[in-house]
Design a protein around this ligand. Structure first.
Ligand SMILES: O=P(O)(O)OC[C@H]1O[C@H](O[C@H]2O[C@H](CO)[C@@H](O)[C@H](O)[C@H]2O)[C@H](O)[C@@H](O)[C@@H]1O
Length: 797
């Protein structure tokens, strides 16, 4: 039975010592434990290996044994690290070198050979612990920056194991990453994995660029890196989601509701209820007093006490409703808390009508408190909060409620739910789940999200108020706009984002990554690559055969994929190669393509080949007498839906995508339409692609059409069409004793499916396939055709 072995720095449980010196396990609530924990819990064949958080030297042997037993009852395998290992591997290289570097804070990164060596030793310790657990067929999924060397260490021990690695933080540009003296070791370590995952396409691209720059290895369009040992590693993006329903549900729980109402009462949003506090009464009194001549501060002059003037203004009849801003972070310099506080301060100064009307609940949980940078940050935040509260507080109102405790999920959801605005402005963040959790807690309700452009979540939550967190005035304006937005507009913006979050959850992230890992590991290029002995067998069969059939796809198979469809026009070299192969009277060669029949006719009409166009809608056999080089006879598949009619429905939908995504365009064919996005910003393209697919899938079924996805293209064509159905009659009609089909994409799989048992089927490039062999790229296909042509010519000579 194959199992999943999850490996991460920390386990999903922590051991706590009770007063009576006994031990108990407590469930961790961090992002990783929350995302993968449910999978681990429900898949009883999975085990989790990680640091126990305990120094074994501080415990007796029997204590250590009972700790191990506690963990093993929960299918966890604890690793014990001593004080110097924790210092070098965790506090040192992971937190003091990699963390700042990966978050674009190179000036905070310490490069220390000693801590790097300890980091490598601890990764080796993990490898020693994991290796004996791996059985044939198992999958190992390694998590995060603490274990960047581990994939390669395990690969050396298990060349055929299926290994995945995922980074939960950003990956920086190669210019930043290269400053790490051990950058090459780290890259090689990661490439030990079959699948390398990141939260966003941007991070994946930065990694690929680093591989190119620092290792000199090419990464192809599909994210494949070919490695010296004949393996291939695949790089891709897998944005992590949340358990949407859990947050939605919890935000409506009794405790969260109490919490929300309490906050609303304190902030003056709710009066006349049991939550109405003396503060609210005091606030009302202040408002009343300030409007009367002779209020208590009236003898001060504006010049003397401008802030009192503001206070007076605030209390004296601003039409603003009461509003709540919330933010929840770990106190880390990447979270941009001081920058955010300055923006809030600026907003109170620039829009004084909010004074007394907006309250900011700032939850900032201190972490790594013994590290000087973090200590300084805490002092800075304390000081800024004090400064703003000192400057703007009224008798009955404080601008900021500053909470440094760590709260459990229910009160957290209550705080999210109370927030009219969430201010999520990290300077850098891999994903940022707070933004997603806030939206889940506002399901069906208004609530505005101000979101930093510097976090992974901004790539998905594009209806938020997106800001540059370093730009204080931009954050100030966005905050003001978010406070002003109508409930209707806010709900409208949220709907699209919430739909996405419901659909892409933590669970789908987990299963999506594992499904991709299963796919890439099983289709590793080395598995099926056409070996030399197989080539020799092929040549012998070719030689002996009296009647040979070649079915060759065009784009990506006979010619490489290029920027635009018209640039893929065949070169003279390719045309003469095709002519050489097809001139043999014993050879029947068909080019089987998704291209329009006009293009196929124009490019290959004069060659001695049969043509199949638009994935099988159009067919033109080759008759050496009739087709003496020019005019071609084409037959169209019968019974297809009227293209002019269905295009009226499909074209406007595709046009919307063209309008929304720069550099995308439509390719028209007689019986198909294709939306191309190869030239566009791939991050935006992915979002638009998802939208388009959803819209198309909602109507194509009814119209007798289907949606196909291929290399940077979404195509709509009649449902009955496939290359497989197009070539089946050719295979049946001829009496061929050599048959070969080659193709690079999913449309070619239908062709492989109908190939008889004693034939050759070749997948070009990577990806799951039913073909029995694989060639690297179009150049390898051309080389193979060259050998076949030469073999025929030699026999005929
Ligand atoms: O069946 P094929 O011969 O593989 O044709 C499939 C599609 O090929 C063309 O698009 C692809 O190639 C372009 C040129 O390299 C590239 O720019 C594009 O991104 C690819 O998707 C063609 O334009 C489509 O109509 C075909 O369906």
């Amino acid at each position: 039975m194959s199992r999943l072995i999850i490996v991460s720095n920390r386990l999903p449980f922590s051991m706590e010592e009770n007063e009576d010196k006994s031990f108990a396990l407590r469930q961790n609530v961090g992002g990783l434990a929350t995302a993968i924990g449910p999978y681990h819990k429900t898949h009883r064949d999975s085990i989790w290996v990680g640091w126990s958080g305990i120094d074994a030297s501080e415990h007796t042997k029997s204590e250590v044994e009972s700790i191990k037993k506690e963990f093993s009852d929960r299918r966890c395998v604890p690793i014990f690290l001593d004080e110097s290992e924790v210092k070098g591997y965790y506090a040192g290289f992971s937190n003091d070198t990699l963390w700042p570097l990966l978050h674009d804070f190179p000036h905070e990164a310490n490069f220390n050979e000693e801590t790097f060596n300890i980091y490598a030793d601890v990764n080796e310790k993990f490898a020693d612990m994991v290796a004996p657990l791996i059985h044939k067929g198992d999958t190992v999924w390694i998590q995060d920056y603490h274990l960047m060397l581990l994939p390669q260490m395990l690969r050396e021990r298990f060349p055929k194991a299926s290994i995945g690695w995922f980074l939960h933080v950003p990956f920086p540009s190669p210019e930043i990453f290269r400053s790490l003296p051990w950058s090459r070791e780290i890259l090689n370590g990661i490439l030990g994995a079959d699948l390398v995952g990141f939260h966003t396409v941007d991070y994946a691209n930065s990694f690929k660029a680093s591989v190119k720059l620092l290792l000199g290895k090419d990464v192809d369009e599909q994210g494949h890196v070919e490695l010296e040992d004949g393996r291939r590693s695949t790089v891709d993006a897998f944005p992590i989601g949340i358990d949407y329903n859990l947050y939605r549900r919890t935000s409506r729980s009794n405790l969260a509701t109490e919490m929300r109402r309490g906050i609303e009462a304190v902030c003056g949003k709710r009066t006349g209820q049991r939550y109405a506090t003396s503060l609210t009464a005091e606030s009302n009194a202040a408002t009343e007093a300030s409007t009367k001549e002779g209020a208590w501060w009236s003898h001060y002059s504006r010049e003397d006490l401008p802030e009192l003037t503001l206070a007076r203004f605030a209390a004296s009849g601003s039409p603003k409703p009461k509003k709540v801003i919330v933010s929840i972070d770990r106190l880390d310099y990447t979270k941009g808390i001081p920058e955010r506080l300055r923006a809030f301060e600026l907003m109170l100064g620039k829009y004084p009508e909010w004074i007394g009307h907006v309250t900011y609940y700032l939850l900032a949980t201190p972490s790594r408190e013994n590290v000087p940078t973090y200590k300084r940050l805490k002092e800075q935040v304390d000081q800024l909060v004090g400064q703003i509260n000192g400057k703007y507080s009224l008798l009955s109102w404080n601008p900021i409620h500053y909470i440094t405790r760590s709260l459990p999920i229910k009160p957290v959801c209550g705080i999210y739910a109370a927030g009219d605005v969430a201010l999520v402005t990290p300077l850098r963040d891999g994903m940022n789940l707070v933004a997603k959790e806030y939206l889940a807690c506002h399901d069906g309700r208004a609530g505005a999200l101000v979101l930093s452009d510097m976090c992974g979540a901004a790539r998905e939550l594009d209806q938020a108020f997106i800001v540059n967190p370093y730009d204080t005035s931009a954050v100030c304006e966005a905050l003001h706009d978010a406070l002003e937005i109508s409930n209707e507009d806010s709900r409208r913006r949220n709907i699209a984002m919430q739909a996405r979050l419901k659909f892409r959850t933590a669970a789908t992230w987990c299963t999506g990554f594992l499904a991709s890992l299963a796919q890439v590991a099983s289709t590793s290029l080395a598995d099926k690559r056409l070996r030399m002995d197989q080539r020799n067998t092929m040549m012998e069969q070719w030689d002996k055969a009296g009647s040979r059939l070649l079915l060759l796809d065009y784009d990506g198979t006979l010619t490489p994929l290029v920027r635009t469809p018209d640039r893929a026009r065949p070169t003279q070299g390719l045309r003469s190669l095709i002519r050489r192969v097809a001139s043999d009277p014993a050879v029947t060669l068909y080019i089987v393509s998704g291209r329009s029949h006009e293009t196929m006719g124009a490019w290959f009409g004069d060659l001695p080949v049969g043509l199949i166009a638009e994935h099988g809608v159009w067919r033109s056999g080759y008759d050496s007498k009739a087709d003496s080089g020019t005019g071609r006879k084409w037959t169209r598949l019968e019974g297809l839906p009227d293209a002019a009619e269905w295009k009226k429905r499909i074209e406007p939908i595709m046009r919307e995508s063209v309008d929304s995504l720069e550099k995308s365009f439509i390719e028209q064919k007689d019986d198909a339409m294709a939306w191309h996005y190869r030239l566009s910003d791939q991050r935006k393209a992915n979002v638009e692609r998802m939208r388009l697919l959803e819209k198309l899938r909602a109507i194509t079924g009814k119209l007798g059409l289907m949606v196909m996805e291929n290399a940077k293209v979404v195509e709509v064509c009649p449902v009955a069409v496939s290359k497989g159905q197009a070539v089946a009659p050719i295979l049946e009609s001829g009496d061929y004793d050599f048959m070969l089909a080659a193709g690079d994409d999913s449309t070619d799989e239908t062709m492989f499916a109908v190939m008889p048992e004693n034939s050759w089927s070749i997948k070009v490039g990577a990806g799951i396939t039913r073909a029995q062999s694989r060639l690297l790229n179009a150049a390898s296909v051309q080389r193979l055709l060259g050998y076949l042509a030469a073999e025929s010519e030699a026999t005929r000579a």
